[in-house]
Ligand binder design. Structure first.
Ligand code: ATP
Ligand code: MG
Length: 219
């Protein structure tokens, strides 16, 4: 029986990694063996001759047990552009990701998988994040960055998740825009509009304190 979540968001840069690290910390606080995965990452730097992505490194560090980087992030593309463009010479193979996910699944009670970009981010010539989520067959958590435009993006993404016939476990409100002045009313509108549970409101923090943020999760 698979236990885990696929983390998608309304866009790139909306708080998926913070949400992933918060959820991993939440499960660790519940004494559950949790691992994370960032299977496809665009935007990497060289470390000891290998391409490494900051999100994937943070997810590796946060795991309850140590796992080799290549299992967590099999596709590490140098350029911070769409994976289907960044990975032209080494495109994403969803079956490879599924194999690595199964390895993590065998090591952990819970596996949290962070997507890349948004729901329809192209992974290769024919597939998007939606196809990857379908292959993993995990319940999806939708991360919504609470800012201007999010009501539209949240609805579009939610409907696309439904179209993929995957269960949506709920949504997370991430207050990553410190200048946005209409947080409460926007969260109320999102709550009215999305027919799945609000799993937590992650407040704006200058530094990522994931132990604190984990106290905001209600799963
Ligand atoms: N609760 C928060 N408070 C303050 N800043 C936040 C919060 N959550 C996220 N951020 C900031 O918002 C930005 C985007 O967050 P994050 O990296 O989690 O997004 P992402 O959706 O994973 O992006 P990507 O598409 O690159 O993977 C980062 O600069 C992060 O520091
Ligand atoms: Mg990220």
């Amino acid at each position: 029986m698979k236990h885990g979540y696929f983390i998608t968001g309304t866009d790139t840069n909306v708080g998926k990694t913070w949400a992933t690290l918060t959820l991993m910390t939440y499960f660790k606080q519940k004494q559950q063996c949790v691992l994370g995965m960032k299977p496809v990452a665009s935007g990497c730097e060289q470390q000891d001759g290998q391409w490494r992505n900051a999100d994937a490194l943070a997810i590796q560090q946060c795991g309850a047990v140590w796992v080799d980087y290549e299992i967590i992030n099999p596709y590490a593309y140098a350029l911070p552009i769409s994976p289907h463009l960044a990975g032209k010479s080494h495109p994403v193979d969803v079956e490879v990701v599924l194999g690595h996910f199964n390895t993590l699944q065998a090591l952990a009670e819970v596996v949290i998988v962070e997507g890349a970009g948004g729901w329809y981010t192209p992974l290769n010539a024919t597939q998007t994040i939606a196809n990857l989520a379908q292959a993993l067959a995990l319940p999806v958590i939708l991360v919504v960055s609470v800012k201007l435009g999010c009501l539209n993006h949240a609805q579009l993404t939610f409907e696309a998740i439904e179209k993929a016939t995957l269960p949506c476990a709920g949504w997370l409100a991430v207050c990553s825009d410190k200048d946005f002045t209409c947080i409460e009313a926007t969260i109320a509108s999102l709550t009215a509009q999305l027919p799945v549970p609000l799993l937590g409101i992650l407040p704006y923090l200058e530094q990522g304190d994931f132990h604190y943020l984990a106290t905001k999760i209600r799963i």
